[in-house]
Design a protein around this ligand. Structure first.
Ligand code: XIL
Length: 373
């Protein structure tokens, strides 16, 4: 009796053990199959990604098909950063010298010019088949002390500005595609801005600068550049009248730059920008969007990032719909290097790549628009 009991207990144990082993084996096989399926899925996906790589082209390639330049403002120091330089040269075909050619940087003392930074940017552009926008010859900001504290006669002021424009433009003759000759000369109310140049030379400083720049490089396109004059309004009317008068006087001016520093909360209606681009184009001028960024009140969330993407896309769409609008340049491209957080407190995330060089929704919206024929 006892041995029968012991026997069936042993059977039970053996049976259980066999069951466990079989269970494990089956479980293992199922997991193996799942793993194999996952492996196949991954390899299918990477094949698809590889295929897409061939199909989805960088912005610059697509922009070229539309006959426009797509670009960014850059600093010389950043060009040494591998990811920065790689993204830049892959995606863009025009660069703006963000600060390198501003008066205080390039001409810090009366007899000292400092071209190293601009040289680096322009060489980088050339090495990567990119055009250059030179920014900027005449402006009221970022001036050296020998200018802001200078006490000169009108003739001397004229000579100083003449030498500055001539020296800088001549150095890069044939290498700068477009110059922002005069920057922000018009005030919000439409009058000429009260600047050191207006005060000391008079309104003629504007046309003089264009004539000198043209003498120094007859091939370069010469632009008047301003902010807050993108849509229709008092300021853009004044810019329109200014450039129209310059043209009538035979001043060599070839284009108007619309800076377009805007936000997801406040931006001109695209139809207004269209109307402004149209009237400027009808004067025979080219239009460049020169400094677009679309700042977001922080923290940015998916809603504001999508709103930003729509605004970038809508502004690009306006530009694409006018033959005379020939460049779409952002004031930077990665949120890692942007002037916005330093100048607009509480705002940021204004560009189309994040701080780690990952494309943001705005990048994809621009890409998708450029992919349309
Ligand atoms: C900004 C630069 O991005 C900053 O680095 C600098 O400290 C200040 O100027 N309009 C212009 C640009 O024409 O030159 C300005 O650039 C931004 C506003």
């Amino acid at each position: 009796m006892r041995s029968t009991l012991a026997f069936s207990k042993e059977c039970l144990i053996v049976g259980l053990l066999i069951g466990i082993v079989i269970g494990y084996a089956v479980g293992f096989m199922i997991r193996e199959r799942e793993v194999e399926e996952l492996r196949q899925q991954v390899s299918r996906l990477s094949a698809q990604i590889e295929q897409l790589r061939g199909v989805v082209q960088p912005l610059r390639v697509l922009a070229e098909k539309h006959g426009i330049y797509v670009g960014a403002a850059v600093g010389a120091d950043q060009l040494r950063i591998k990811e920065y330089a790689e993204t830049l040269s892959r995606e863009f075909n025009i660069l703006t010298t963000e600060n390198a050619l501003k008066f205080e940087r390039v001409h810090p003392e009366r007899n000292v010019y400092s071209f190293a930074e601009a040289d680096a940017i322009i060489s980088f552009a050339e090495a990567n088949g990119m055009k250059v926008r030179g920014h900027t010859l005449v402006w009221h900001n970022q001036l050296p002390e020998w200018i802001t504290r200078g006490n000169y006669s009108r003739e001397e002021w004229i000579r100083i500005l003449h030498d500055h424009v001539t020296t800088v433009v001549s150095r890069y003759r044939g290498r700068v595609y477009a110059w922002d000759v005069v920057n922000e000369a018009v005030d919000e109310d439409g009058s000429l801005r009260e600047t050191i140049w207006l005060r000391n030379i008079g309104p003629e400083y504007i046309e003089l600068a264009f004539r000198w720049a043209h003498e120094a490089d007859p091939e370069a396109l010469l632009f008047y550049n301003d902010y807050g004059a993108e849509g229709m309004g008092v300021k853009s009317d004044a810019v329109y009248n200014l450039v129209k008068t310059l043209l009538e006087k035979g001043v060599p001016i070839h284009g108007v730059g619309l800076q377009m520093h805007i936000s997801t909360e406040y931006y001109p209606a695209p139809q207004q920008v269209a109307a402004n681009i149209k009237r400027l184009g009808d004067l025979g001028l080219e239009i460049h969007i020169t400094e677009i960024d679309v700042r977001i009140r922080l923290p940015a969330d998916s809603k504001s990032l999508i709103r930003q993407a729509e605004i970038y896309r809508d502004m690009l769409e306006v530009c694409l719909s006018y033959k005379k609008c020939t460049a779409f340049v952002m004031w930077g491209f990665t949120d890692r290097y942007s002037w916005i957080p330093g100048f607009f407190s509480g705002y940021g995330s204004a560009l189309i790549f994040d701080e780690h060089y990952n494309p943001k929704p705005a990048y994809y919206y621009i890409l998708r628009l450029l992919m349309e024929p």
